[in-house]
Write a protein that binds this ligand. Sequence first.
Ligand SMILES: [Zn+2]
Length: 317
Amino acid sequence: MNVLLTFDVEVWCRGWDHLDEAFPSAFERYVYGRSAKGEYALPKTLEILNDNGLTGVFFVEPLFAARFGRQHLAEIVGLIRDAGQDVQLHLHPEWADEVSPPIIPDHRVKRQHLCYYTLDEQTALIGHGKRLLLDSGAGTVDAFRAGNYGCDRNTFRALRNNGILFDSSLNACYDISGGDLRDGPWRFVPSELEGVRSFPVSLFADGFGKTRFLQVGGCGFREMREVIENAAAAGHQELIVVSHNFELLKANSSRPDPIVVRRFARLCRYLGENRSRLPTARYSECQLSDRSAAAGRPRAGRRATLGRHVEQLFRRF
Ligand SMILES: [Zn+2]
């Protein structure tokens, strides 16, 4: 079973009212996360991956650079590529009304999710994002994740129009994700959609039967390990784990969150030790397979989920 360790990489300025004043410190936090303990945003994430010989897929949001300058995007892409890791496209179209010249004619009102845009608009936005990444040294861009998982069927058509043939946007824990794709299995299993290979974010049943998705900030290490083992035994061919460039940091701070750092380090050590059985991969290495579609939803045990609840309590205090 391939494990896809995916990181959505984005920069936010705490609202939209004072973008230019807020950007420099936001960029520092989201990209480097400097504190007395080290740089726990991208640099530490990349270091932990590489120390364990793992491959990560970094879905980088480029539209912010249409506002603030491509050198900032090139800096992010350079950090990731210098570490030997994979850069792919993430897109938050809520930047579309903040950039000039405009990317689409109807750009005056902010629209958050990609599924709020027409096929032509999605094609233009994705194409612009891909060009920004390529011009910033990204190499090959062949995989995509929509911001907030807010894709629809047109997203897959727009991806094909742009020659991006892998997608990992669907997340059935989000209502906005694939809203017009509910009458088929697409939101739950890997499948071909409009000529694009779709690998939804992996879901699991936690120890109390609740459906969750595999995110480093929201699952305990034992839960993740049990779900990975359970999915491999059930015949899944790939497992998609989600994280972010800022996930090792405390909320609204550049200080590391020790619980999440430890959790991520343990996950990476475990995957490194089991590399031959559970290789970390890029999307272009994944095939669609009937075995994955037929395998049941993996689960975590009750003790593992209880452990996560205790950890989350500690994080809160
Ligand atoms: Zn995002």
